[in-house]
Design a protein around this ligand. Structure first.
Ligand code: ADP
Length: 936
């Protein structure tokens, strides 16, 4: 076998093998595409088989003819294959089919092994041959171009396969053209034979690799595409991953399978649908975004079966897919589930204009993409989680730090936390605290990433009584457990509330955690999200709880701190009050000291001054008992002991102390003791009262002297008047006797002397009687009782009856009250005053009027006369013993009457005074207590 024969056989074998492989492939899958592919290579196989058989049978014409017929079917069948992935216009199909039929008819005319050819003119044969050649080349060329375009619009395995298919077809076109050239110029056959042979083999190999590539080759091609995709993804900056990956997946899908558009959908558990998270059209057409209902079409099937589905027919796409397909003018789709290690995450859907020629390869490639994307997504998710975790740890640390530092301004800090949490986890945060009485929930910090919502949230004044049953915060307070609701707007029976409830706008995700200090719940921290589909996760909850725990601790310690500060402030205020009190005491000269046991721990300058020591000297004195006068020490020590044992003793008094210079001074003290840490702490204020003591002593002595001299005087007056009575009586009796016996019997002078003696004796008697009366006011007084002053007046007038008649005097009076008094003395009082009023009369007949009026809770009596009056300069004097303003010859009297009046009124606790003008009459006033001694 020469080389030529070998190549020929190899070519034949190649086509034969492809025919067999495609037949097997068809038998395995039994679809139309594979059927048509199988037909293309079947005719090749049949052709080469007949060629071989013909060669074996001496170029048997029939076998050659059959070979030709089979070979001529190839272009049309090729068109049919093309039609599967690229719609072939009808006229091309007509040309293909018509050309095939015509070629078949013409074939007997040009077949060298048939006798017919000899019968025809050579021109006709050439023409017929050329017609067939042109038709063949055109149709095959069309297929070649279609394959090329297919290869250009796709990538990966499909591109390689379509590329190789196009190469195979192109080579066949060349072979045909070469055959045509040989027909026109047979001498070229010498050159073309080898070339044709080689081209045949090459096309065979190309076809083989294109339509039945070995597995390793496919894998190789696939990995190239996969590498391309991964490199693409790797170029995305880390912060943009996630979404970008999905976009790149779509782009890669569009490229790899020549899709018009691709979308990535993600499974939404709550809504039970797939929603589009990325959508890319190959030529930039905007895709309608929306959810995929899984009940219909290929997408649903792929989801249910958990495997890729190719749907060639537009009618079977499902409603939503059809919409997108219509938008991008696609006819079919491939849906591939995206499965991560944990879940079926979503689906990749590629929209294709036509069915792909090598669906399996496309599906495989997409599966690979999806697997890789899933791995990357998972990896990203893990990274994000990790990043978030470390970010959160950092924030927690920050917050903890801030919380420990900012103890006083914790409300502001809580605002900071609310803001941070809102920004980090979205979208609003409300921190509430229980009121001190635990009756209501007060919002202390509030934040919303949306400024308008923040205003609305603030305006909704979320102070809430703890009894409120529909409050979610209250539920958290009561249960002490966090509350996480994926979508609050879906909660049956509960109105859309925010965490600060009520809310101006609906919220979706909601997370409320308790603020706990040990096991006590002191408030809540709530977060809410505005958009549906972003529920809070368990990790979020843990994070928020971590923040809340720290915040709660800080709040508790801040509150404690605040309380302590209040106490301190109060103490400070008290201390300053105390200090100013001490100072005031000191300014007043009061000594202030604090002792612990018997030791001074505090003393002021004034104290030191009182004791005559310097302050340091005083403070170094061992025991305050040393300062006490020795005779008082025992009693002080006893009181100190009692105080130490908690017994109550007098807390103030007077005591004698000894100064440093040995001088003894009286001090007045006030002490307050309290027990502190086992020792008795005593706060004392002392004052030097020696001066006062001295003054008191002097006063006491004077009073005693006065009392003594008064008593002596009274005693003297009494004794004098009483003891004088008797000798006077005797003198008076004998002078009277002298007068009766010898009047007119002796000389004139003797008569006058006797008259003087009698007169003197009488005056002496009156004087002595008056003095006796005076002295008796103090000594012989009766107890005070209720006295009717009208009676008193009546009695006085009765006693004065003779005098009044004698002088033609008239006495009038108003109604007089009852007073508290000694009746006989009051009679004497009125008697003296009225008799004076009558005695000191002027030219008119005397008139005396007596009245009474209330004054300062007592009765004020007035005794008014129309007499000679008194010069005001004598108003005081007339009440003194023996003081008179007139000669005895003008007005008789002893000058004792008003002194007695004064003594009587003063004994009754009242006052007596006179108002008068000379020649205008006088009014004597006196005050007496009311009989009931009540204020009128
Ligand atoms: P006697 O009446 O004995 O002189 P009194 O003590 O009663 O002593 O009065 C003292 C003096 O007060 C009287 O001497 C008189 O000058 C004056 N006097 C007292 N009562 C009146 C009066 N009603 N009118 C004027 N002078 C009076």
């Amino acid at each position: 076998m020469n080389l030529n024969e070998f190549l020929t056989n190899l070519t034949r074998l190649t086509f034969f093998v492809i025919g067999l492989v495609t037949l097997l492939s068809y038998l395995r899958h039994r679809d139309r595409t594979r059927f048509d592919i199988m037909l293309v290579f079947a005719v090749f196989a049949i052709a080469v088989t007949f060629q071989e058989l013909a060669a074996l049978n001496n170029n048997d014409p029939t076998l050659n003819l059959l070979n030709g017929l089979a070979a001529l079917a190839q272009p049309y069948l090729q068109l049919r294959v093309v039609d599967h992935f690229r719609r072939v216009p009808f006229r091309i199909k007509v040309i293909g089919f018509g050309g095939m039929v015509l070629s078949w008819l013409l074939l007997p005319l040009i077949s060298q092994s048939l006798p017919l050819r000899q019968a025809l003119p050579i021109g006709a044969t050439v023409t017929a041959t050329m017609l067939i050649v042109v038709w063949y080349a055109l149709v095959e060329g069309y297929a070649t171009i279609a394959f090329i375009r297919g290869a250009v619009t796709t990538a990966g395995v499909t591109r390689w396969r379509l590329g190789l298919a196009s190469l195979g077809s192109a080579l066949i076109v060349l072979i045909i053209v070469a055959a045509g050239a040989v027909v026109l110029a047979p001498e070229l056959a010498l050159y073309t034979a080898a070339v044709t042979q080689f081209l045949s083999l090459a096309s065979g190999v190309s076809y083989y690799l294109g339509f039945a590539p070995p597995r390793f080759l496919r894998h190789w091609w696939q990995s190239a595409e996969l590498y391309h995709f991964l490199r693409d993804v790797n170029q995305i900056p880390p912060e943009k991953r996630g979404h970008e990956i999905l976009d790149r997946l779509c782009d890669a899908t569009n490229r790899a399978v020549g899709a018009l558009a691709s979308v990535v959908t993600q499974w939404r558990e709550r809504e039970q649908h797939l929603s589009i998270v990325s959508a890319r059209a190959a030529r930039g057409a905007l895709l309608p975004i929306g959810a995929f209902d899984l009940s219909d079409g290929a997408v649903g099937r792929a989801w249910r079966e958990r495997q890729a589905v190719f749907e060639p027919s537009p009618a079977e796409l499902g409603e939503r897919s059809r919409e997108i397909a219509a938008h991008v003018e696609a006819q079919s789709l491939i849906a591939v589930p995206i499965t991560t290690a944990r879940e079926v995450w979503g689906e990749l859907i590629a929209f294709l204009r036509h069915a792909p020629l090598f669906v399996d390869d496309d599906v495989n490639l997409l599966n690979l993409f999806v697997e890789q994307a899933a791995v990357i997504l998972e990896h990203e998710a893990m990274l994000n989680e990790q990043r978030a975790q470390s970010e959160r740890s950092k924030i927690l640390a920050e917050i903890s730090q801030a919380l420990t530092e900012v103890i006083s301004d914790y409300p502001n800090l809580l605002h900071g936390i609310a803001q941070r949490a809102s920004e980090l986890l979205g979208d609003a945060c409300v921190i509430s605290l229980l009121s001190p009485d635990e009756r209501s929930l007060r919002t202390v910090a509030i934040y919303d990433v949306d400024a308008q919502r923040l205003d609305a949230l603030r305006a909704s004044a979320p102070e809430r009584p703890v009894s409120s049953p529909d409050s979610l915060r209250v539920k958290v307070i009561n249960s002490g457990r966090a509350l996480r609701i994926d979508d609050l707007s879906l909660q049956s029976g509960s109105p859309a509330q925010s965490n600060g409830e009520p809310s101006a706008s609906p919220v979706h995700g909601l997370l409320i955690v308790p603020l706990r200090v040990q096991s006590k719940v002191i408030g809540t921290m709530g977060l809410s999200r505005h958009q549906a589909g972003y529920p809070y996760t368990a990790a979020d909850q843990q994070f928020v709880q971590d923040i809340a725990d720290r915040a709660a601790l800080a709040i508790a310690s801040a509150q404690e701190n605040l309380e302590r500060r209040h106490v301190e402030d109060a103490l400070r205020a008290q201390t300053s009050l105390y200090e100013s009190f001490l100072k005031a005491q000191s300014d007043m000269g009061d000594g202030v000291s604090i002792t612990e046991g018997t030791h001074f721990v505090y003393a002021n300058e004034a104290l030191a001054r009182i004791y005559g020591y310097s302050l340091p000297e005083l403070l170094s004195i061992g025991s305050f008992l040393d300062l006490i006068a020795p005779e008082e020490r025992a009693s002080v020590q006893e009181r100190f002991r009692q105080r130490q044992e908690g017994e109550t003793t007098s807390n103030n008094g007077e005591i004698l102390v000894v100064r440093k210079d040995g001088r003894r001074v009286y001090i007045e003290y006030a002490v307050k003791s309290m027990r502190r840490n086992g020792t008795l702490q005593t706060f004392s204020i002392i004052r030097d009262i020696s001066e006062r003591k001295r003054a008191e002593q002097a006063l006491r002595e004077t009073a005693a002297d006065l009392a003594r001299s008064n008593a002596d005087l009274e005693q003297f007056a009494y004794v004098a008047s009483h003891d004088l009575q008797e000798p006077l009586q005797m003198v008076s009796s004998f002078v009277q006797l002298l007068k009766r016996r010898y009047e007119g019997k002796l000389d004139k002078d003797a008569d006058e002397f006797i008259r003087f003696a009698v007169d003197g004796a009488e005056r002496m008697q009156t004087l002595i009687n008056d003095l006796l009366d005076y002295s008796r006011v103090g000594t012989r007084g009766k107890p005070l009782g209720c006295v009717d002053m009208e009676e008193v007046l009546k009695q006085s007038l009765l006693n004065l009856r003779l005098t009044l008649e004698d002088q033609h005097a008239s006495v009038t009076h108003d109604a007089l009250p009852d007073v508290l008094g000694d009746e006989s003395q009051l009679v004497q009082l009125f008697q003296n005053l009225i008799s004076n009023g009558v005695k000191f009369h002027g030219d008119e007949p005397p008139h005396v009027h007596i009245s009474a009026a209330p004054q300062d809770g007592r009765w004020r009596f007035a005794v008014r006369d129309n007499g000679i009056g008194i010069d005001p300069q004598y108003f005081e004097r007339i009440f003194t013993l023996f003081q008179r303003l007139h000669k005895r010859s003008d007005y008789p009297g002893t000058g004792i009457g008003l002194a007695i009046c004064k003594k009587i009124v003063e004994r009754h606790g009242g006052r007596i005074w006179v108002e008068s003008q000379e020649g205008q009459g006088s009014t004597f006033y006196l005050t007496l207590a009311d009989a009931r001694a009540t204020i009128i």
